[in-house]
Design a protein around this ligand. Structure first.
Ligand code: NAP
Length: 165
């Protein structure tokens, strides 16, 4: 199964110039706790913005460029949806970690979303898709712990896909 994990601003902005717009160490810890030991799926731009291969996670990187290669045993470059079919179908939780293009591409196949909702608007050029409440049900919401670095107010919100009867 696929789950999305994202940190988004109140106005759905998730980044600018291929970077994050906030420094929220508490949320990075949250990301690490949820994704460690799992497969993470991302676009080539997000992979490049990470700057390194994250430990203890298999990386799947989408690119349309047949020449794009990464020489690391924990990184698999894929070019089509067919190549990630097994990650949609298996019982493990596999995380879609962005960016905007890949959230849009994979959201229809996702069962669960872990959203860090930052309660402030930002200016940027990458957006998270609008969440359709007819499809997604909020199942949990918690105030994020105080972040001494950013002082931002944020919530952790979990959504699950509604089951049709
Ligand atoms: N706030 C958050 O939680 C969060 C998380 C992740 C990223 N971000 C932000 O999001 C921004 C990046 O998002 P983005 O939309 O520009 O880029 P992206 O989704 O990370 O990567 C886009 C790339 O993925 C490949 N791709 C896209 N669709 C494809 C398809 N159908 N088949 C094969 N390959 C495909 C293409 O690579 P090629 O060009 O190589 O063909 C494309 O250029 C950055 O600002 C980043 O900081 C934020």
């Amino acid at each position: 199964m696929l789950s999305i994990i994202v940190a988004k601003a109140k106005n759905n902005i998730i980044g600018r110039d291929n970077k994050l717009l906030w420094n929220l160490p508490e949320d990075l810890n949250h990301f690490k706790e949820l994704t460690t030991g799992h497969t993470i799926i991302m676009g080539r731009k997000t992979f490049e913005s990470l700057g390194k291969v994250l430990p203890n996670r298999k990386h799947i990187v989408f690119s349309q460029n047949p020449d794009f290669k990464v020489n690391d045993e924990n990184v698999q470059v894929v070019h089509s949806m067919l190549e990630i079919q097994e990650y949609i179908e298996n019982d493990e939780e596999n995380f879609v970690i962005g960016g905007a293009m890949i959230y849009n591409l994979l959201m229809p196949y996702v069962e669960k979303m872990y959203i860090t909702q930052i309660n402030k608007e930002f200016e940027g050029d990458a957006f998270f898709p609008k969440i359709n409440e007819n499809i997604w049900k909020e199942v949990n919401r918690q105030k994020g712990p105080k972040d001494e670095v950013s002082n931002l107010d944020y919530d952790y919100i979990t959504y699950e896909k509604r089951r049709s009867m």
